[in-house]
Design a protein around this ligand. Structure first.
Ligand SMILES: *Cc1c(COP(=O)(O)O)cnc(C)c1O
Length: 492
């Protein structure tokens, strides 16, 4: 063994040296009295730019295209990868009112306000993992067996009548990477994936760089954000690779009931479509609602369920997510090979957290989760009650997750062009920052997070009330159209 390793490294050394030699000799070609190589590079690059038949000009005698000058281009994939939230937020002209402390209801990281903390049990588990000294090395690319076993057990509700095999669990670097693996394992360039609107913008970000088309199915605000089934079904064609469901939903805070999930399953069954279930908010439901895992309702339709520690355990920075493959009729056998290949790309997820997983999942007490839900539910109830009375706003009461969507009757606020403009001026006047619905492909709404301290929600809602009262105009659009009001009267 050692000798073959040595041989191999020797071989590598030789081959890299010989290739360097050849590149050196071609470098010195342009002239023995080379000024500086940079000047030469630049001149040649300019020449190349002027030339219409560059490959001819740059061919060597051997006919192999030459490389001249530094011309490093970003890949198409990287340039086609955009984070919509970042783009929209960065385009806002924001100058918070210095007299009012900023209340950011825009930030999806529940840990930043300090009111919600990870459980002691959760954090101790990581200490134990570090102290054991056993988790510094690489793991199996799918994750340590014990960690996968623990996730399988934790997720038993997803498949009530049959055990989940640890080999059906793939540990990933956060739920984001779980989603990426699923999309990449199922869809090729030119294919399409159905995603919800409004919906989490990451789905679009992950797909678009790879030329995987996203097709939006509509969620209906007046039907508790259930999917428009007819419209959804009309999007399906021979190139549709998967239906993505996000339940409970970010940004809606909605929770699909069993009946609706069965309707979605029915569509997938008719069209032979696998489901990617983003269930990062599983269990994250308010009293009176129940989360049903879509995989628990079907043996016909294969489901890739994506979850993780991020939201429920309030540790987004730990980057621990997972995929559970539910494939009762062996329809994903080939796709699962692809999925497992994907794990080889970054050689697996953080092993310290893998080492802690069994303890985290077993020991974090129910009372901790109940406490978090309590905070969110009471914030949701308070915000809903306050904002429901504001003219021009239509909050939709959530049943889970950490967000609330608020409809803005933009017609009633003629000073503002759209939801983005509304959000910008709300920051500038009141220092309250919501995310515009456009970030979720849903203009006409804004999203607030419910993870902030109660006093902050209360203050934010009071300021939003003041803001809306100030700008609300009854039938103003009609007045403008009939020339009864000048646009300028409305500008502030
Ligand atoms: C936060 C979130 C994720 C990403 O979770 P990470 O584990 O931080 O990658 C995925 N889906 C939805 C709907 C989310 O809100």
């Amino acid at each position: 063994m050692p000798s073959s390793v040595a041989n191999e490294s020797q071989f590598r050394f030789q081959s890299s040296r010989s290739s360097r030699q050849s590149s050196c000799s071609s470098r010195s070609e342009p002239g023995a009295t080379t000024p500086t190589s940079d000047v030469v590079d630049k001149a040649l690059a300019e020449l190349q730019l002027q030339s219409s038949s560059k490959s001819e000009l740059l061919s060597t005698s051997s006919g192999k295209p030459q490389r001249f000058g530094w011309q490093i281009k970003p890949s198409k994939l990287s340039l086609n990868t955009h984070n919509r939230i970042r783009n929209i937020v960065e385009s806002l002209k924001i100058k918070p009112n210095p007299e009012k402390p900023m209340i950011p209801l825009s930030i999806g990281d529940p840990t930043i306000f300090g009111n919600l903390k990870a459980a002691d049990e959760t954090m101790k588990a990581v200490l134990h993992s570090v102290e054991s000294g056993k988790y510094n090395g690489y793991a199996h690319t799918q994750g340590h067996e014990a960690a996968r076993q623990a996730v399988a057990k934790y997720s038993a509700h997803q498949r009530p009548n049959e055990e989940i095999d640890p080999m059906e669990v793939v540990l990933c670097s956060g739920c984001s990477s779980a989603l990426e693996y699923c999309i990449l394992a199922l869809a090729d360039r030119g294919q399409n994936v159905l995603i919800p609107r409004p919906g989490f913008c990451l789905y679009h970000t992950l797909a678009e760089g790879l030329d995987i088309e996203v097709r939006y199915y509509d969620l209906l605000p007046d039907q508790q954000w259930r999917a428009d089934l007819v419209q959804l079904e009309s999007l399906i064609d021979e190139n549709t690779a998967a239906l993505l469901i996000n339940n409970p939903s970010n940004p809606c805070g909605s929770v699909f009931d069993e009946k609706h999930l069965r309707q979605l399953i029915g569509i997938c069954e008719r069209h032979y479509l696998p489901i990617i279930a983003d269930e990062i908010y599983e269990h994250f439901v308010f009293p009176g609602s129940k989360h049903v895992a879509v995989s628990s309702l079907t043996t016909e339709v294969p489901v890739l369920s994506c979850g993780g520690l991020t939201k429920r355990f309030l540790v987004p920075g730990w980057r621990m997510g997972w995929i559970i493959v539910h494939d009762r009729k062996q329809r994903l056998v080939d796709a699962v090979v692809g999925l497992k290949n994907m794990c080889g790309r970054i050689l697996g997820s953080n092993t310290l957290i893998q080492g802690a997983l069994p303890e985290i999942l077993a020991k974090t007490p129910q009372s901790y989760f109940d406490g978090v839900i309590d905070v969110l539910h009471s914030n949701a109830t308070l915000a809903y009650k306050m904002l429901k009375q504001v003219r021009g706003l239509n909050p939709v009461m959530p049943n889970g997750a950490m967000y609330m969507m608020i409809g803005v009757d933009i017609e009633r606020f003629p000073a503002f062009k759209d939801d983005t403009h509304f959000v910008q001026e709300l920051v500038n006047e009141q220092s309250v920052f919501c995310l515009p619905g456009s970030c979720f492909e849903y203009p006409g709404y804004v999203r607030i997070v419910l993870t902030v301290p109660k006093t902050m929600i209360e203050e934010a809602c009071a300021r939003m009330t003041e803001f809306c009262d100030r700008h609300f105009k009854k039938d103003s659009r009609a007045f403008i159209e009939h020339g009864l009001l000048d646009e300028e009267d409305l500008a502030f």
